[in-house]
Design a protein around this ligand. Structure first.
Ligand code: SAH
Ligand code: SF4
Length: 356
C-alpha cells in the first residue's frame, strides 16, 4: 500500500470507520471510540488513543493517516482572528478562525473558514487565490481536518463553518459535500451552521438544490451587470447573471432557504449608488440577504471603497427592501483575505507567528 492510499481518518464516515475497524479484526463498537478520538477530541496520534488496545493502536499507526496537515504558520490579529497556514504533501492551504462575541476567551460563536482547493481556477480579478491559479483539489478529510486542527489548537468548540477559504467548492463538488456531511454527522455541527460560498457555478447550485439540505448557500455576485461581472468574475462568461438568478430561484423553491449574496466593494469599480440600484433590480423579489464585504487589499489595481460609499450602497439596498449588512472586517492586518498569507509565505516574505 502506498502512502496516498492509506485511509485518512478525518475523511471516513461512520460506516467506513466501522468497516476499517472490522478489517483490523476489532469488534465494531471500537469504531465509535475511534470516532470520538478523531471527531470530538481532534486527536491525530493513534498512540494517544488510550482506551483502544495497544495492538489496534499499532495497527492504526501502520495502516491509516490519522492526520495529514502540518501547521506551518499561525498569526493572530488584534480582534482575535487567527489565520493558519497548513502544509500538505502537495501544497499549502489556509484556514481562518473567527471568534465572535468576547474573543477566544469566551466566544458564543466561533466560525472556521476553510479551503476546498489549493489555488482556484476561476481567477477573479481581485482575489489573491485566483491570481495564483489552480493547483489541486482538497479532500473531504483535509477539509474536516482543518476544522479539527483549529478546534484543538484554539481549545474552543467551533460552532460554524464557512467554505470561504481558498478554492471554488463547486469545482470540487463531491469532496465538499462529503465534508459537509462529516461536519454535520461526525463532528456535530448543525446544517444551518454550515455555509457554502460559490462564484456562481450554475450546475453546482442546481445539484445542491436537489439535495435539499438546510445549509446556507452564498453566491458571490460582485457586479450588477454582465459586462462588469465578466471582468471581475470570469466564470460569468459561462454562467451569466440571468442563468445564475434562475438557478437561485430554483434553489429557493426546492430548499425553502433564503440565499446570501456576497458583494465585495471595490473603489470606483462596483460601489456607486446606480450599481446598488441595478443590483436591487437584478435581485427583484428573490429572498436574499446581501453581505457587503470590505475589500481586503491584494496586489492588484483594486482599492477598498471608502466607508461613506459602503454606507450609501447599503442604504440604497435597504430602501429597496433588500436586507443588507456590511461584513465586519476581520484580521486585515494578518492578510485576512483568502490566498494572501499563502502567497506571501511562498514568496518568501516574512510571516511571523504570534500577535500581528
Ligand atoms: N470561491 C468561492 C469561495 C471562496 S472566496 C467564492 O468565490 O465564493 C470567499 C469570498 O471571499 C468570495 O465572496 C470572494 O469574492 C471573497 N474575496 C476574495 N478575495 C477577497 C479580498 N481580497 N477581499 C475581500 N473579499 C474577498
Ligand atoms: Fe476562486 Fe472565489 Fe477567489 Fe474567485 S473569489 S478566484 S472563485 S476563491
Amino acid at each position: 500500500m502506498t502512502e496516498t492510499e492509506r485511509p485518512h481518518l478525518a475523511g471516513l464516515p461512520a460506516d467506513r470507520l466501522e468497516a476499517l475497524v472490522v478489517a483490523a479484526g476489532q469488534p465494531g463498537y471500537r469504531a465509535r471510540q475511534l470516532a470520538r478520538w478523531v471527531f470530538k477530541e481532534g486527536c491525530f496520534a493513534p498512540e494517544a488513543m488510550s482506551d483502544l488496545p495497544a495492538g489496534f493502536r499499532e495497527w492504526l499507526a501502520a495502516h491509516v493517516d490519522a492526520g495529514r496537515l502540518r501547521l506551518l504558520q499561525r498569526r493572530e490579529a488584534r480582534d482575535g482572528t487567527r489565520k493558519y497556514l497548513f502544509g500538505h504533501r502537495d501544497g499549502t492551504l489556509e484556514s481562518v478562525l473567527m471568534p465572535y462575541g468576547e474573543g477566544l476567551d469566551g466566544p458564543d460563536r466561533v466560525t472556521a473558514c476553510i479551503s476546498t482547493q489549493v489555488g482556484c481556477a476561476v481567477g477573479c480579478a481581485f482575489c489573491a487565490t485566483g491570481l495564483a491559479g489552480f493547483q489541486r483539489n482538497v479532500t473531504a478529510g483535509d477539509m474536516v481536518e482543518q476544522v479539527l486542527r483549529m478546534q484543538a489548537e484554539a481549545g474552543h468548540r467551533i460552532t460554524n463553518v464557512v467554505f470561504m477559504g481558498m478554492g471554488e467548492p463547486f469545482l470540487n463538488y463531491d469532496e465538499t459535500l462529503a465534508a459537509v456531511h462529516l461536519l454535520n454527522k461526525s463532528v456535530g455541527i448543525g446544517m444551518r451552521h454550515l455555509t457554502l460560498s460559490t462564484s456562481g457555478i450554475v450546475p453546482g447550485i442546481r445539484r445542491l438544490a436537489a439535495e435539499r439540505l438546510q445549509l446556507t448557500l452564498a453566491i458571490s455576485i460582485h457586479a450588477p451587470d454582465d459586462a462588469l461581472r465578466d471582468r471581475l468574475v470570469p466564470i460569468n462568461r459561462k454562467y451569466p447573471l440571468a442563468d445564475l438568478r434562475e438557478a437561485m430561484v430554483d434553489y429557493f423553491e426546492q430548499t425553502g432557504r433564503r440565499l446570501s449574496v456576497e458583494y465585495v466593494l471595490l473603489d470606483d469599480v462596483n460601489d456607486h449608488p446606480d450599481q446598488a440600484r441595478a443590483l436591487s433590480r437584478w435581485i427583484g423579489d428573490l429572498p436574499v440577504h446581501v453581505n457587503l464585504i470590505p475589500f481586503n487589499a491584494t496586489d492588484t489595481v483594486f482599492r477598498t471603497s471608502p466607508p461613506a460609499r459602503v454606507r450609501q450602497f447599503r442604504e440604497v439596498l435597504e430602501a429597496a427592501g433588500h436586507p443588507a449588512t456590511v461584513r465586519r472586517e476581520r484580521g486585515a492586518e494578518i492578510d485576512g483575505a483568502c490566498g494572501q498569507l499563502r502567497r506571501r509565505y511562498e514568496e518568501g516574505q516574512p510571516v511571523e507567528s504570534g500577535k500581528a
